[in-house]
Design a binder for this molecule. Structure first.
Ligand code: SF4
Ligand code: SF4
Length: 145
């Protein structure tokens, strides 16, 4: 992880009806628990869910991507697995790569209309949320600290 500085001021309020972050180029990663939860929500076995929706490597599990969008579960009304969405989804935009790097946070404003809105958020609070990402996806962040 490069030596970067966190944002000086952090303001964020998720915007009603927005799904922009579900369409940002990238992957949706899952913990083993995320996988089980999503499968259960869809009344599928974990094995069947994995076969249909998941791409697994030695260290990472992520959702397969459909050709025309970033996430299979993004539907017209929003996230179709909302109560069982993977850990990274509700934690956005408080991901380590954004809250630990003020330039990345500022750039993210172009993609997330909630940034810069709402009340000020203590950087310590944002860092605490970001640490949940590190716990859920240890292999992804193992060289981060
Ligand atoms: S892009 Fe930002 S404002 Fe829009 S849904 Fe995601 S977190 Fe909320
Ligand atoms: S799982 Fe749901 S919240 Fe997460 S990226 Fe896909 S549609 Fe968006």
């Amino acid at each position: 992880m490069p030596a970067t500085k966190p944002p000086v001021k952090l303001r964020f309020e998720c915007q009603s009806g927005c799904t922009a972050c579900c369409d940002i180029e990238g992957f949706v990663y899952l913990s083993e628990e995320d996988l089980r939860k999503a499968a259960k929500f869809l009344n599928m076995s974990a094995v069947a869910f994995e076969k249909q929706y998941v791409y697994r490597t030695t260290n990472q599990i992520r959702l397969r991507k459909p050709r025309d969008r970033q996430c299979h579960f993004l539907k017209e009304g929003g996230c179709s697995i909302h109560p069982a969405k993977p850990t990274q989804c509700p934690l956005f935009p408080f991901w380590p790569e954004y809250v630990e790097d003020r330039e990345e946070w500022v750039h993210l404003k172009k993609r997330c209309p909630g940034i810069g809105k709402g009340e000020l958020i203590q950087i310590g609070t944002a860092m605490e949320v970001a640490s949940e990402m590190k716990t859920a996806y240890p292999s992804f962040y193992e060289e981060w600290d």
